[in-house]
Design a protein around this ligand. Sequence first.
Ligand code: HEM
Length: 347
Amino acid sequence: MKVHRPYVKTSLVFLTIFGSLIGAMMLAQLAGWIPSRAWEAHRVAHASFQVYGFVVLFIQGIALAMLRTPRFPKWLIALTFVLTALGVLLAAFASLGVPVWAGRALLALGSLPLLLLSWPYGIYLVSATLWLLAAVLTGSYDFTLWGFATLFVLGLGQRMHPALLAQPAVPRWARPTIVILWNLGLLTDLPALLLLAAALHCAGLRVFRVSLRPARLAWDLRAYLRASYAWLLVACLLAVLQAPPSLTRHTLASGFLLTMMAGMALRIVPALEKRAIIAPGRPALILAGLQVGAVTRLGAQAAGQPALTALGGLVQLLSLAFFAVTLWQTMQPKPLTWINFLPQTGC
Ligand code: HEM
């Protein structure tokens, strides 16, 4: 049973056709390219589709596919999907008259099974899921991004990334230290603790060191891991320097999280589908597009250049669309021949 498919496919639609497109339109409004209309409705819809529609739904799907034990009730897989997907839609249209509590209630109910799923895997995933519950009940997008999503990545990263980077495991003493520092940093709103935890995690993983053996994959997943962890350190530094919240938030979201989730998805989804990625030449193009888009958008935003920021946002949108099509094609039972105009470089 391919439990990840409805989760991953729906999250890709929320990410590209809704979240990022609305985000790019908002940047075009800020650049004065299009008239500014319904800003508040766009902001709420964009944030809900990106944070809950992509990040939460995607992580739920991959976590259910990889971590669930045979005793995990099958009906709960479908129920979690329906509750979360409906919760996203209600939250996204909250500024158009849908009561705020409606979306929050469904999202909260949809995140409870994740607590059940995470319990056997220890403090990283359990505290991540508790941050998701707190985020949904308080309406804090940052609790989801800094709490739930980042702790999930750090927790799974400590299990999977040493082998992918061909480095030894994170030292035993460092694992509890990192999660305590990270949770403490969020609870006390002290970003210096987050920066310390992120630096310890990257040092413990030896992320930026030369790998001890060549990679087995036909494409460079290590470049994804190194780029995304570099963005994590930059986002924590921006938080310490009290940079504008939108800049810090998007450095974490579209730098660290999008790069990490795209790279790991291009590795995990083909494995779950028991087939090769549709075209091994595409991950390098997707990584290049995501990085050029993020550097341009975030650099220009920091420099107060709205037109260049909007251009960077557009490159991010196109790269995300290319990533979504590539992953969608890889999940198709039969390859979709009508999209063969896309580069099939099989290097
Ligand atoms: C294509 C990439 C993206 C573009 C063009 C984009 C654009 C924007 C714009 C223009 C705003 C409103 C102004 C501001 O607060 O900066 C915004 C807000 C926001 N974005 Fe994005 N964004 C993108 C990706 C993301 C991603 C990947 C996430 C999270 C996973 C995200 C989460 C948010 C949140 C939470 C807000 C703030 C809402 C608030 O003010 O409460 N964005 N984004």
